[in-house]
Every structure is written in C-alpha cells, then in structure tokens.
Ligand binder design. Structure first.
Ligand code: FES
Length: 380
C-alpha cells in the first residue's frame, strides 16, 4: 500500500512495516567477533583526549589577595590543544582523600602550558589547599580539556558581549588572550562585575589588552565601591541594552545567582537562547542545615553506607567517604554524575533537570543535598 505524502512522494507502507524485521535480520547476521585491531583515527583521538595527564606546577602568580594563577606544564608529552573557554579537572589528594575540581583555563591556547586561576572559597577544602599549601614543582593529575563554552564562528555572532561575575573572568581572559594572539577572530566586550577594584583579577593586563587591541573592550561594574571611572551596582538591563540587541552573542560566566539574575534580564529583553551561552559555578545558596543523615550508595558491585550532611552536596559526601563517584563539571551541567534516587528526599539547585529524569527520579548528586537518609544508585 502506498501513501501519498507531499506533492510527488509516495511512502511505501509495506516497506516501512518490514523495516523492523529487516533490521533485526541484519543485526543477527552482523559480524560479532571482537575487533582485534585499532583504527588510526581512534589512536589519534586517544592521544589527543588522554584520560590522565601528569602535570607539574611550573609557576605560581599572585593575582589578588585571595586569587592565584597556577601554570601547569606537561610532565611527559605536550599538553592537548584546547579552545579558549574550556576547563580541566584536577585531582587533588588531601588528607588521604581524592577531590576533583574543575577550573577554567585562563591562558591563551597559543601557549604550551595551561594556566588555572583559583580564587579562595570560604571553607573550600581544595581552593584553600591550592592557595595555602601548593608550591612550584609539585605534581598533579589532570583530565580534559572539556567544555563547550567556546566561541564558534558559525554559531555565534562576531561580537561577543561577555557578562562576567567575579572569578568567572577566567575563561573570558583566555578568549581575550586568544583574540590578541590571533587564535580567535571576534570582537569582545567584557562587562566585568566585582565587589571592589582590588578584587578585579587580571585588571592590569585587561587594561593593556584594551589599549593595544581594538577588538577588546572592558567595562568594570563595582557593587561595593563608588568610583566615577567605573559603573556602579550590578550588571543591569540598561547596561546590556546599551549594546545593540541582535548584534551580539552573550557569554555569561559567574556564580549561579549571577546567572539567574541575567537570565531574567534576557527574558525581559527577549533575547533568543541561541545567542546565550553560559558557564556557571556553584555556590551553596540553598538554606540548608548542618544536619547529619545516612547516604547509601549502590554501585555495580557494592552497597556502602556513609554519613552525609544536609548542607553538603551528595558528591562531596561520596568524596569524603572515599567512593569514587562519577563527576566532572560539579555544577549540574554535564550530566556525568547522573544517578538514580532509590529512596529518601533531596533538595537540588539544578534548574535544568530533564522532565524524564524528574519523572524517573534521576538526580545530579553534585548539586543535590540530602534532606533525609537517602539511597542512590550510581549509573556509571
Ligand atoms: S558532575 Fe556534571 S552534572 Fe554532576
């Protein structure tokens, strides 16, 4: 039976009906021996995307009172290439526990080193360790680079308006350096929000880049200081509107509350999502108590119960309990830690959980907090 679709095309219903059977037959007859050779393309890909990279801290630069840049040099082969805006994951062993943290690369892709710029997080185990105890010459393992927070000349407009909050400047700094090194070719205007002038990271270099490179422009917005040469307050609708809508792609980088604030503005300005890209980092903004619960983790071959606290993400409890839980971005974006909530109640700061995941109780432990004893099953 043929069904008429459109003007000239026919859909052969019989052929369509048999499609499943034909596929099944093809699968049954398919070659089942395991492949004993490796394709050259796979070998090259493995080389470029190495699982683990050993690096040495070759230099430490003090940026502000509570921020330092760590220059990472490859211990053996060259570091993989990256695009401005990408991040790496660093393994940090501290007190016999393995912590994994993501840091954006702040250096230019033209360099053969990676630079990560770390700001102190109050009570942050890893940031305090890196800032207080790490010395030049120490070795670490890193993974990556990862991430899509990159300029793409096909997808993005040639004018980028970067909206930056605090240490969110790091991937944008990489982009500014890449433009100056002619690795990327776009115009970049940075609206850089910080509390006070002395907290601005890379200020001297940003000012120099602006002076020597017409493609780079920086506007500082200070919330806790009035100074006539800077904007005062927060990055506002009026300020964003002063850059002609329709001419820009918007790159947002900063903490979650900063992202939500801008998201509201974008809705009001009716800016389509396709022009907005974001890279967010997490701060615990949920009102949670320091109450102890039990966390039971089911893995492929074990069931382990460890303590967890209501005001700490489940992933952190697993780190503390020496459970090697899957994790990458730690901000609820990559989906790598996706796990099934078998029992108990949680609170999450993740606003972008898929409907299907909500329905079948899948959570992202990196941004989920236990409100009772809970049981989760790791998917990886
Ligand atoms: S580690 Fe990326 S979503 Fe949890």
């Amino acid at each position: 039976m043929k069904l008429k679709i459109g003007l000239n095309k026919d859909l052969d219903m019989l052929k369509f009906k048999n499609l499943g059977l034909e596929r099944e037959k093809a699968i049954k007859n398919a070659f089942t021996d395991s492949i004993t050779f490796s394709y050259k393309a796979n070998e090259i890909a493995k080389e470029i995307h190495r699982e683990k990279i050993k690096v040495i801290i070759s230099k430490i630069k003090v940026e502000t009172m509570d921020t330092k840049t760590f220059v990472l040099k490859a211990k053996e082969k060259d570091l993989p290439i990256f695009k401005a805006g990408q991040y790496i994951v660093i393994d940090v062993m501290y007190n016999n526990r393995l912590y994994k943290r993501c840091y954006s690369i702040s250096s230019s892709p033209k360099q053969n080193t990676y630079e990560i710029t770390v700001k102190r997080v109050r009570n942050g185990i890893v940031s305090n360790y890196l800032l207080n105890e790490v010395k030049e010459g120490m070795e670490f393992t890193i993974h990556g680079p990862f991430g899509q927070f990159t300029y793409n000349e096909i997808r993005d407009k040639n004018n980028i308006l970067a909206l930056v909050g605090g240490s969110g400047i790091t991937p944008i700094m990489s982009l500014a350096r890449a433009i100056d090194d002619k690795v990327e070719d776009c115009n970049l205007t940075i609206l850089y929000g910080e509390n006070r002038e002395k907290d601005l990271i890379f200020k001297k270099e940003l000012d120099e880049l602006e002076k020597k490179n017409k493609k780079i422009k920086v506007v500082y917005v200070l919330s806790d200081e009035i100074n006539s040469i800077y904007e005062t307050g927060f990055i506002s609708k009026e300020l964003i509107e002063s850059y002609e809508i329709g001419q820009y792609s918007y790159f947002i980088c900063g903490p979650l509350h900063f992202y939500h604030h801008l998201n509201e503005i974008f809705k009001e300005l009716d800016i389509p999502n396709k022009y907005i890209r974001h890279d967010i980092y997490k701060e615990n903004e949920l009102e949670l108590r320091h109450v102890k619960h039990n966390l039971t983790v089911i893995t492929e071959d074990a069931k382990i119960t460890i303590p967890c606290f209501e005001d700490e993400p489940i992933t952190k409890a697993m780190e503390e309990g020496k459970i090697n839980a899957p994790r990458k971005c730690l901000v609820g974006v990559c989906g790598y830690c996706r796990s099934k909530l078998i029992d108990g109640k949680i609170k999450t700061e993740n606003q972008s959980v898929r409907q299907a995941d909500k329905k079948y109780n899948y959570i992202h432990p990196c941004v989920s907090y236990p409100l009772s004893d809970i049981t989760i099953k790791l998917c990886k």
